[in-house]
Design a protein around this ligand. Sequence first.
Ligand code: CAA
Length: 692
Amino acid sequence: MSIVEQAREGDILVLTIHNPPVNAFSPGVPEGLHAGLDAAEADGDVRAVVIIGGGRTFIAGADIKTFDLPREQAPDLRGFVTRLDAFAKPTVAAIHGTALGGGLEVALACTYRVVTADARLGLPEVKLGVLPGAGGTQRLPRVVGAQKALEMMLSGSPVGATEARTLGLVDEVVEGDLRAAAVEFARAHADARPLPRISERGVEGASPELFAAARAGLGKTHKGQYSPGLIVDLAEMAATKPFAEGWDAEAQLFMQAKDSPQSRALRHVFFAEREAGKVRGLGKDTPVGDVRQVGIIGAGTMGGGIAMNFLNVGLPVTIVETAQDALDRGLATIRRNYENSAKKGRLTGDDVEKRMGLLTPTLDMGALADADLIIEAVFENMEVKKAIFTRLDAVAKPGAILASNTSTLNVNEIAAVTARPEQVIGLHFFSPANVMKLLEIVRADKTSDTVLATSLAVARKIGKVGVVVGVCDGFVGNRMVHRYGDEARKLVEEGADPQAVDAAMHALGLPMGPFEMSDMAGLDIGYAIRQHQAGERGEPKPDGWLDRIVETGRKGQKTGGGIYDYGDDRRPRPNAKMGQLIADYRAEKGLTPREIGQDEITKRLAYSLVNEGAQILEEGIAQRAGDIDVIYLYGYGFPAYRGGPMGYASEQGLGNVAADLEKYGQTPAPLLRHLADEGKTFAAYDRETAKG
Ligand code: CAA
């Protein structure tokens, strides 16, 4: 079948695009559409043209894979849109699924748009670090007004069919067969002249104040990002300049945005997110188990947060504790969280009761006999976990998935106490577990494919981004963050202020620096780990400046202060005594502080993550560098427009990263060294290893 199929419905020519999976505007699509318009031009009996998508959707946008092609090889979307806008016969876009980016731009250049009731229309280019590049910045404001166009282009969020109809973005919402309805619509409007062209309209609701306010708001909504400012400039041009002028400016600014490091990073993230859901070697036909009943052991902060994920999607949860008061406290916290959401208008009172009604509290682990998935979420102690899994092995039904929410412990060791290690897996949620999108799915040596595939499906069902990782201390996220924390502490020993260290990470776009993060998590946690590890290794008790802070009783936000002080607003403020404690520490240890610039801080912190990430990759703990990036985006707030730590390093050039690591006294991991020597990126490594 041709990529664009031509079919006559009497006097109407229907052009159907067949470019699965999402009818992106790939090479071949413009050629096929031009051929369709040629045919419509040549045949005097054709009175109007319908453009429709075959399969699940209308055109979901430009083909993002072609963004790296030289201009002359990339599909000419603008050329097609220009011809469509000027076409002498009426054209109708028949839209189902999604008309996004270039897809909506094609539709806006058509004379009319008809859509199914579940269609969604939007310009999501900002999410890829670009801007609508085929007339969207100039046509959308002319249809929906300046304010709504800014809102749609800056958020990138699509609107549904009903809203699109109200906005005048579409001409008709059809029930039943879209193709037939579009043909009928085209026939009914075949003789209307002059043809209404969006490019000839004015922009409603524009004012200098509106654009000034939009620019002022970007610091909050799109801090550090490049393309949103260009979008506002172009929307203003739509309102103040002739169409042709805005159209030309758009082409130029689109190319600038497309070639920016931020857009490269966001495109990398787009594909990395989709790849992360795929497990190498796991067949597509791997059976996926049914999860209808969930059991959770532990009603503390983690257990309660985990339970909420399942209650939110209507799955019954049995939650087990060892003491009634702990169970009552856990339930009260869950209820309070839901009631807070209700106060903010995110849930109704009914929703709260419905969710609480799905929750069964118990002190009896035997009540988990019917659960399909049981997640243990008690404190990090191997002996306690082993005891729980031994008991679970006795009570859980055959086929139940037995999961541990451990963040550090060896899942193989936990699995080994059961007679069914193939049913055991790690499901590592991030705190607050009802909010954070990341789920590290820890595949133990004996975990079965079905358990893995079911866990991935569960992650999707509860709205998490599931990334499969292997067993090691801290898995991917926490193992890397430990190295990062070590480097941050060293920087302070050498002379940097904690504020300067955190500020460098803010400048990179992270919401928190390492010390703000430690204060939030609780300084006593890292302290206990360091003490424990030193004990295990038979080393003397650790005595770093951070350990000394903990020993003054300051454990972070939960005690009102740690490295920083916190008021009611929870904003960190420097504490003079802590400054003195650090200065005394340096003096006592004979450390002469030196000035450390932001560039050094940024490189040392970011590259410590990268170096550990490279090691993790080489050990096969992560399948791909892209998976590590996804973990850092969703678990640690690494900005997507930097591409995650591994994407960021590739953008800096791995040769430069390796040289900087050496300059600052770290040894590059062998894989990093190898890729640097070969002049490769982590993305290239991912592609090569995907081929096997
Ligand atoms: N280009 C290339 N590939 C694309 C694509 C695009 N625009 N959109 C989706 N795909 C691919 C995905 O990578 C995925 O491939 P694999 O199966 O190999 O992983 C496949 O299509 C299916 O995508 P999803 O898994 O995301 O499927 P979904 O059903 O969950 O979502 C979607 C479908 C809503 C269309 C979603 O894919 C999406 O949001 N796509 C991006 C749309 C977009 O950003 N369009 C604007 C492009 S930029 C542009 O158009 C610039 C311009 O103005 C000139």
